[in-house]
Write a protein that binds this ligand. Structure first.
Ligand SMILES: *[C@@H]1O[C@H](CO)[C@@H](O)[C@H](O)[C@H]1NC(C)=O
Ligand SMILES: *[C@@H]1O[C@H](CO)[C@@H](O)[C@H](O)[C@H]1NC(C)=O
Ligand SMILES: *[C@@H]1O[C@H](CO)[C@@H](O)[C@H](O)[C@H]1NC(C)=O
Length: 329
């Protein structure tokens, strides 16, 4: 798992020095960016240099104090999915034996949940039925990318995430090329996420598409349009996205028998508008995903579920709930 290379010592040292330099540089930037380091919920970064001790050799006694421990060989697998829900700083973490759910909300009208199954992690230990805490997601992402998010093949940042319980920070041990960085991120008591009461029994219309088919329209969506209008119907136009921007109105139609449509289950013609500014963050999830399920319920609430599959065939979900802007007939 987290192993240090027993390679050429000189090379290791050189790399380590470089990393430390990079790490220090980042924390100096962070210092400037955070004039009020003493405030609660601000990052405390401790830098540890250890070219010889792998993270997995932490003492047993230490381990037992944690109510939640999760480790990943490649921190990017977590940061990519978290980036897809980073539109507000406050993120509510809920860990259960099944995995990790991270919730971000905006203005009571948008909620994003990332579900990361326990078996995505190389280690996932939880000593209670539910462990919940809230952290600043921007700070967490900065920590996960503290080594700069190397794109060199075979070089990745290993992560070990530990939490002792209420009042304690979320501690991240990050290791790359034999250098270990420890980030302690202050936690708060988790807020209760909004219940959008989106139940599958009240779903009026549902379409599952290959994400590929939405990527192009979404990249070309007229962002000068304040809203995205979605029409779902058992008859034509079946599934239509419309924008009303400075350069005029645009429609994208998806026939229900298109190769890109995997499931089409629309029972009633519904046309709803959603604020473009609220939907925009979900395009990050779209980019990562292979399939998307678009559902609306009888109230016109929208659910977008993005299925994200990694190279090992494991699946994560990112889900968005959005309330309608106004009903259009
Ligand atoms: C979260 O952290 C960022 C970056 O350090 C900071 O700019 C922001 O104000 C913090 N947000 C909250 C809500 O504390
Ligand atoms: C679901 O539908 C039932 C029956 O129409 C209705 O009574 C209930 O309020 C709906 N729930 C929501 C959350 O829309
Ligand atoms: C992690 O990410 C790498 C690179 O994107 C990918 O090849 C691998 O399948 C992922 N593994 C897991 C367990 O998520």
């Amino acid at each position: 798992m987290l192993e240090c290379q027993n390679g050429n010592q000189a090379v290791v040292e050189e790399t380590s020095l470089l990393m430390i330099f990079v790490t220090f540089n980042l924390s100096i930037i962070a210092l400037f960016a955070l004039p009020s380091l003493c405030q609660p919920n601000i990052l405390v970064t401790c830098l540890h240099f250890s070219a010889t001790m792998p993270l997995s050799t932490q003492s047993q006694a230490d381990e037992e104090q944690y109510v939640f421990v999760a480790s990943l060989d490649n921190a990017r697998n977590l940061s990519n999915i978290l980036k897809a829900i980073t539109f507000k700083d406050h993120a509510i973490f809920s860990a259960t034996p099944n995995g990790l759910k991270v919730t971000v909300e905006d203005s009571k009208c948008l909620q994003a949940n990332a579900f990361i199954q326990a078996d995505i992690f190389q280690e996932f230990t939880i000593r209670e039925d539910l462990v919940g805490f809230q952290v600043n997601l921007t700070v967490l992402l900065d920590c996960l990318n503290i080594f700069g998010g190397s794109t060199v093949p075979g070089v990745s940042t290993a992560l070990r995430m530990c939490y002792k319980g209420y009042g304690y920070p979320l501690t991240l041990f990050l290791e790359e090329g034999g250098v270990v960085t420890v980030c302690k991120i202050n936690t708060q008591e988790p807020e209760e996420p909004i219940d959008f009461e989106f139940c599958s029994s009240n779903v009026t219309n549902k379409v599952i598409l290959q994400s590929e088919s939405l990527k192009e329209p979404f990249s070309e969506l007229d962002m000068t349009s304040e809203v995205l209008q979605i029409t779902m119907s058992p008859s034509q136009p079946y599934f239509r996205l419309s924008t009303f921007g400075n350069s005029g109105n645009a429609h994208y139609d998806y026939p229900k028998d298109s190769d890109m449509v995997e499931l089409f289950k629309c029972t009633k013609t519904q046309t709803n508008r959603y604020k473009m500014s609220l939907l925009k963050p979900s395009t990050k999830a779209l980019a990562l995903s292979c399939k998307v399920s678009v559902r609306t319920d009888s109230r016109g609430f929208l659910s977008l579920q993005y299925l994200v599959r990694n190279d090992d065939g494991q699946i994560c979900f990112v889900e968005y709930y959005c309330c309608p802007d106004e009903e259009v007939e």
